[in-house]
Design a protein around this ligand. Structure first.
Ligand SMILES: Cc1ncc(COP(=O)(O)O)c(C=O)c1O
Length: 397
């Protein structure tokens, strides 16, 4: 039996919560675990601008022949422009971009490239980080280490410790940064901190690997990439993993890109050949549909304006849910400070409960969060916020 050595694995920490939620027959169950945006009705909509683009694409498309390992060239160009803005033009000749299988594909492909060039490189990830970062990057064979990031006492960034730690790393160390909406903490760097951090990267010769999975989900498409653009102007090389899952609502279309900004044009040309070969050896080519849709949205001013206004609506909703939840928690426990709920950004916050309390939330209150306590604020709604607040307060002790 060729597979006799494969034993059953424990459930994935995040996907396992979804499975447990589905299996719970309680009509009152609430899912704060899953990492997708939800509207007032609990649905994850396809933005109208994206649907329009898809309709037009289907009406016009006459072939589904192969595109090639680098995927949709127009998408690659436009998605880098969306992320880097005016800086994209400055670094254009030394940027090698490949369309990937979602943001996960970009992270993994980036790790494979680093390993092919420098097998002994260490990738430093924030403590904590998204539960899938370490498996995705580590499976390439690269060594991983953690740097200080979150301070549970202040529920903010442990910035001094982060900066001092990064300032001790050897030149050439790769550091994975979340561009915005840090997953799982919701805690981001402010512009002053980005400037100070960029100095450290430039002075120490560190290589940023920026994960951009939530552009437009914190405040807006421009301010969310302040730090990324600053880094791209100040450091000679950078890796950027983009996901279109959340902001375009293209989750299952698996749409993303890896852009590598290299020291010079010749290096970028060489990197492009390695990107294509790595993709060819793993999965050959990325799926086209989502990338063709996103390219169309970005290229068409009307569709783009429609999409941007819908994105603004999603952000406004997440901010108002945060305000609502903070208010309901504070009403129940005026002795505690819940201002962190509104200070944090994007969909996630760490709820700050131990595993017994998280088990009790699930077992007694039918409120589902993953074992690390990452709460998806988009799972809260006007109709369930009181139950969410009651349940959290009940397990706080
Ligand atoms: C921090 C972070 N990076 C990357 C991704 C990748 O997303 P996808 O592969 O679905 O595009 C996600 C998705 O949840 C994420 O939260």
């Amino acid at each position: 039996m060729i597979f006799a050595n494969l034993e059953k694995l424990p459930p994935d920490p995040i996907l396992g919560v979804t499975a447990a939620f589905r299996a719970d027959p309680s009509p009152d169950k609430i899912d704060l675990g899953v990492g997708v945006y939800r509207d007032d009705h609990g649905n994850t909509p396809v933005p109208a601008g994206v649907r329009e683009a898809e309709r037009a694409l289907l009406a016009e498309q006459r072939t589904k022949t192969y595109v090639g390992p680098a995927g949709n060239a127009e998408f690659n160009e436009r998605i880098v422009e969306l992320a880097l803005g005016p800086v994209a033009r400055e670094v254009r000749d030394r940027t090698a971009t490949i369309q990937t299988v979602g943001g996960c594909g970009a992270l993994r492909l980036g790790a494979e490239l680093i390993r092919a060039s420098r097998p002994d490189a260490v990738v430093h990830v924030s403590d904590p980080t998204w539960a899938n970062h370490e498996p995705l990057l580590g499976s390439s064979g690269l060594a991983l280490q953690r740097y200080p990031y979150y301070d549970p006492a202040t529920r903010g960034v442990a910035f001094d410790r982060m900066r001092d730690h990064l300032a001790t790393l050897p030149s050439g160390s790769v550091v994975l940064l979340h561009a915005c909406c840090h997953n799982p903490t919701g805690v981001d760097l402010d512009p002053d901190q980005w400037r100070a951090l960029t100095d450290v990267f430039a002075e120490r010769g560190l290589v940023p690997f920026v994960d951009l999975a939530y552009q437009g989900f914190s405040d807006d498409l421009e301010s969310d990439v302040y730090g990324l653009r600053l880094l791209a102007t100040r450091v000679p090389q950078l890796l950027l993993a983009v996901s279109c899952s959340k902001n375009f609502g293209l989750y299952r279309e698996r749409t993303g890109a890896l852009a590598v900004v290299a020291g010079n044009a010749a290096a970028a040309a060489a990197i492009a050949t390695h990107e294509a070969r790595t993709a060819r050896r793993m999965y050959s080519m990325p799926p086209d549909h989502g990338a063709a849709i996103a390219a169309r949205v970005l290229a068409n001013p009307e569709l783009r304006a429609l999409w941007e206004s819908e994105l603004q609506g999603m952000v406004a909703r997440m901010k108002s849910l945060r305000a609502l939840l903070a208010d309901r928690l504070a009403t129940r426990r005026p002795d505690l400070d819940f201002s962190w709920v509104t200070r944090q950004r994007g969909m996630f916050s760490l709820i700050g409960l131990d595993s017994a309390a998280i088990g009790e939330l699930r077992g007694r209150h039918h409120v589902y969060v993953p074992p690390d306590g990452r709460m998806n604020v988009a799972g809260v709604s006007e109709s369930n916020v009181d139950r969410v607040a009651d349940s959290i307060v009940a397990v706080l002790g």
